[in-house]
Ligand binder design. Structure first.
Ligand code: F6R
Length: 369
C-alpha cells in the first residue's frame, strides 16, 4: 500500500502533482471558462454574495488564509477567515448574502461541523471544500467542491492541503467569472497558469534533496522560526505547524513585517529561521522588504534558510541555505512553496526517530469539540 515508501506521508508528498491535477480535472472547458456545476450553488446565488467567511481548523485553516488573498484580489468581495472553534462563540454577523466556505479534509471535524450548523441557522449559504465523499460536512452544506487527493493516511495533511488550495483558487476564479469582474484577462491567464501547477509541483519534488540534508542537520535544534509575507505568511504558519506535529519541536511563524515589533528579540546565534520570499516580479515592494528582514535576522546570528524563486539572486548573499522554487504567479506560490516545508518537517521528524504517519497525541479526524 505504501508503494515502496517507508511511510504514507512520503508517498503522499510525492502524489501531490496527481492530487492537484485530479482536483483541477474537468473544471476548465475548451473556451477557458470554468465550470463548477457540481457545486450546487447557482451563478445567481453567487452573484448575490456580499461577504465571504471561511471557517476551518489546522492546516485547512491555513488554506483558508491563503484563499482570502486570492478571493479578495480577484472578486473584490470582503473575506474573513476564522478558526472554526472560535467562530460561533463570538456572535458573528451572518445573513443570506454571506457565503460561508467550510474547508475540511475529512468532512468530520466537529469544530467545523458545529460552525457550519451555526452558519446555516443564521441563514448563510454554506459551501464545503472536502476530500471525503459523502462525509458529514458536505452533507450538511448547501454546496460542495470535492478535492480529489485520494485517501490520505498520514495524520499530517500534505496532499490534501495542496488540493484545498487548488479548490480555493477554483472557487475564487469562478466567482470572479460569474460576477463578470472587469479584469477578465487576468482571470483567464490565472486559470491557464493553475492548469500548469502539477508540472511545477513535479519540479519542486525533483529538487528537494538538499532540504532533506538540511533537515537532518537540524535534528538537534530547539526552535525554528518561520517568516513570510502576503500569501507566504500562511505558508510559514503551515511550515511551523508541520514541524510541531511531526518533529515535536517548538516552531513559530511570524508575518515578517511584525518582526521588528517584538519577535526579533528571539533571534540569537545559530537560530534557524526559514523565510518564504515573494516573487521579485510584480510585488517588488514586499520582496525588498523581506530581503531586509533576512539581513536583519542574519546580522543577529540567525541561520537563514531561504525559499525563493529560481533566479532570484538578490537573496543569495544572505542565505545560509537557499531553496529554489519555480517562478509562478504570486497568488499561486503557496502551491510550490509549501512543499519544501513538508519535506523539511517530515525528514527532521524521521531523523529524530518519530513515526511521521502517527504522530503522538494526534488523530486524523478530530470528532470532538
Ligand atoms: C495538520 C492536520 C490538522 C487538520 C485539522 C483539520 O496536518 O492534519 O491540523 O488539518 O485537524 O482537519 P480537517 O481538514 O479534516 O477538518
Amino acid at each position: 500500500e505504501k508503494d515502496g515508501f517507508d511511510y504514507f506521508m512520503l508517498k503522499e508528498i510525492v502524489e501531490q502533482p496527481k492530487a492537484v491535477a485530479d482536483t483541477l480535472l474537468g473544471r476548465v472547458s475548451v473556451d477557458g471558462q470554468l465550470t463548477l456545476d457540481e457545486m450546487r450553488l447557482t451563478p445567481a446565488e453567487l452573484r448575490s454574495v456580499e461577504k465571504i467567511v471561511i471557517i476551518a481548523c489546522g492546516t485547512s485553516y491555513h488554506a483558508g488564509l491563503i484563499a482570502k488573498y486570492a478571493i479578495e484580489h480577484w472578486c473584490r468581495i470582503p473575506c474573513e477567515v476564522e478558526v472554526a472553534s472560535e467562530f460561533r462563540y463570538r456572535d458573528p454577523i451572518l445573513d443570506q448574502q454571506t457565503l460561508v466556505i467550510a474547508i475540511s479534509q475529512s468532512g468530520e471535524s466537529m469544530d467545523t461541523l458545529m460552525a457550519v450548523r451555526y452558519a446555516r441557522e443564521q441563514r448563510a449559504r454554506v459551501l464545503a471544500i472536502c476530500n471525503v465523499n459523502g462525509s458529514t460536512i458536505p452533507r450538511e452544506s448547501d454546496g460542495v467542491l470535492y478535492t480529489h487527493a485520494g485517501p490520505e493516511v498520514g495524520v499530517a495533511a500534505t496532499k490534501t492541503f495542496l488540493t484545498q488550495l487548488a479548490a480555493c483558487y477554483l472557487i475564487g476564479l469562478y466567482l470572479a467569472q460569474v460576477r463578470g469582474m472587469k479584469f477578465g484577462d487576468e482571470i483567464n491567464a490565472v486559470i491557464a497558469q493553475l492548469a500548469t501547477m502539477p508540472e511545477q509541483i513535479e519540479k519542486v519534488l525533483d529538487t528537494v534533496e538538499p532540504v532533506r540534508e538540511l533537515a537532518r542537520s537540524l535534528a538537534d535544534a530547539d526552535t525554528v522560526l518561520f517568516l513570510g509575507r502576503h500569501v507566504g505568511y500562511p505558508v510559514a504558519m503551515e511550515g511551523a505547524l508541520k514541524l510541531k506535529e511531526l518533529a515535536y519541536m517548538h516552531a513559530e511563524a511570524f508575518a515578517a513585517g511584525e518582526l521588528k515589533h517584538g519577535p526579533i528579540a528571539l533571534i540569537e546565534d545559530g537560530l534557524p529561521v526559514v523565510v518564504v520570499v515573494p516573487s521579485p516580479k510584480g510585488r517588488s515592494v514586499l520582496h525588498d522588504k523581506i530581503v531586509s528582514n533576512i539581513q536583519e535576522v542574519r546580522a543577529r546570528g540567525a541561520r537563514t534558510i531561504v525559499i525563493a524563486e529560481e533566479g532570484d539572486e538578490s537573496v543569495r548573499p544572505y542565505s545560509d541555505v537557499l531553496i529554489e522554487i519555480p517562478a509562478v504567479p504570486t497568488l499561486l506560490q503557496p502551491i510550490v512553496s509549501t512543499i519544501p516545508m513538508q519535506v523539511f518537517a517530515c525528514e527532521l521528524a524521521l531523523a529524530k526517530g518519530n513515526d511521521v504517519d502517527q504522530p503522538r497525541n494526534l488523530a486524523k479526524s478530530v470528532t470532538v469539540e
